[in-house]
Design a protein around this ligand. Sequence first.
Ligand code: HMG
Length: 464
Amino acid sequence: MTAGIDDIAVYIPKLFLDATDFANARGMDPKKLEKGLGVSKMAIVDTNQDPACLASNACLRLMKKNKLSPEDIGRLYIATESALDESKAMNSYVIGMLEQVYGDGSFGHCGGIECKFACVSGSYALYDNANWIRAGEAENKSAIVIVSDIAKYELGSSGEYTQGAGAIAMLLNDNPRLLQFDPKVTSTSIRNEYDFYRPLGRETPIVHGQYSNLLYLIQVKNALELYKQKALSTGLIKPKEGETFLDYIDFLNMHLPYSTMGKKALAYLLRHEWRELPRWKSIIEKIGMEEPNPKNPIGTIESVLSDTEFMGKDHEFTKKFTQTEEFQEFYDSRLASSLIASKMIGNLYTASLYLGFRSCLEFEFQKGSDLAGKRFGFGSYGSGSSAMIFSGVIQPAYKEIVSDMNIESEVGQRVKLSLEDYEALHENKRSFNDSILNSKHEFVIVDIENKPESKGERRYAYTN
Ligand code: HMG
C-alpha cells in the first residue's frame, strides 16, 4: 500500500513585524537579521487568534479547495507545541469550529489526537497517519494532519527575532497527487535534552540558543545516518563509486527555525557525507585549510561550544566551504527555494518544515523545474530532542496542485505592526475582543470564560 501528501493548505496571520524596524528598536544591526538569520518579516497573531483558530483556518482552506466533506476524512491529527489545555486536545476545538461550517456532529466519526514533540511532532503525525493508510485501515477515506503553532519568545531575548505564527493542513491518502512517501526508510534519533523547553504555565520557552543550534545538527545527522543505512539496504538509493546517497536526493527540506538554519544544516551534512569522497580533496584545496577538530573529539556539546579556538576555526572553515562552487551548486539547485517563505513569515515550529516544502514547490515551479519523479528529503527536528528523516517522490499529477500556489496571495494583504502595538500584543495587554484587524471569512475567538466552573472555555465564530 502507498501513502503520501495529496494537497497542502496554509494559513498565516496577517499581522507582521518588520525585521528592520525590530532591529532598529532593539539597537541591533538589521543585517544580522536579514543576512545572518534570514529573517525579514515575522507573522504575529492578533488578540482574537490562537493556534486552534490558525489550524481551523488552514483545514477549512484545504477542505474547500478540494471540495471535501467530513465523510471523506477518516482521521484528523493536530501537531502543536502551543497547546491550549493540559488535557483537552486541540482537535476538539478544531472539530467544533469546522462543525460550525459543515454541521453539528458532521465530524463525529473522525478521531484523532493532539501530538507533541516540539517542532518534530508533525512529522511523527504524518508518519503514523501514512501507516494507518498503508495498513488498509482508511476504508477509502483520507487523513488530515494539521501543524499549527505560535513561536513566541521572551521580549528582549535572543529568540525574539526568530518568532512567527501559522498553520499548515495536509491531506493524506493512498493515491496522492503531490508526494508519495518512500517506504521503510523513515529514521529517527532521540535523546533527553534541555536545549529548548517550555515548563508548564510558561508562555515562552527557556532556550539555550547556540546549544540548540548544534544539537539540531547532531540529531539530524544521526537520523540521516540511519536513513542512509535503510536507503542502501532496501535498494531505494544505489550510489555508484565516488557518489553519496545525497546525490540522489533532488531537493532537501529542513526544519527552519530561521531560514539560514537550512544552509547551516546543509553545510554540516554535506561536510559529513563528502568527507570520504574523492571530490573532498579538491574542495579542501579550494578552501585552503584542513577541517578543524575539537580539542576533545568525543566531548560533550558544552565542551565543543566552549572550545573557542575550534569554534572560531570551524566557523571560518564552514564559511569558506559554503563559498565553494560545489556547495553553491548543491545549495542553489536543491535547497534555496525552500528558504524563501520562511524569510517572509518566521518560525512556525511544527509547521516550519512544511512551509519550506510548500515554498520549494512554488518557487521551483516558477523557475520552470520539472518536479515529477524528483525525490524530496525531509529533515525534521524538535527540541527536547528528536530528529526524523524521511523522503518521498513527487507524483506526475503534482502540477494540478502546484500551478496555483502563490504564498503572497494566500497570506493576503498583510498589516505591519508598530513596535508599540507588537509589544502590547506580546505582553497580552489587549483583550481578545480588542483585535487590531477586523478579519473576514476566518475563525476567531469570540469569548473566553472566566467563571470558576467554566474557566478557560473558549468560543469561536466564523466571521462573515
Ligand atoms: P544570536 O546568538 O543572537 O546570533 O542568536 P548569532 O550571534 O549566532 O548570529 C546569528 C548569525 O548572524 C551568525 O551567522 C552571525 O555571524 C550573523 P553564522 O555565523 O552562524 O553564519 N551576524 C551577522 N550577519 C550580518 N551582519 C551582521 C551580523 N551579526 C551577526 N551585523 C539564535 C541566534 C538562533 C541562537 C537565537 O536567535 C535563538 O536562540 N533562537 C531560538 C532558538 C533557535 O531557533 N534554535 C535553532 C535550533 S533548535 C530548533 O530549531 C528547534 C526550535 O524550532 C524549537 C522546537 O523544536 O520546538 C527552536
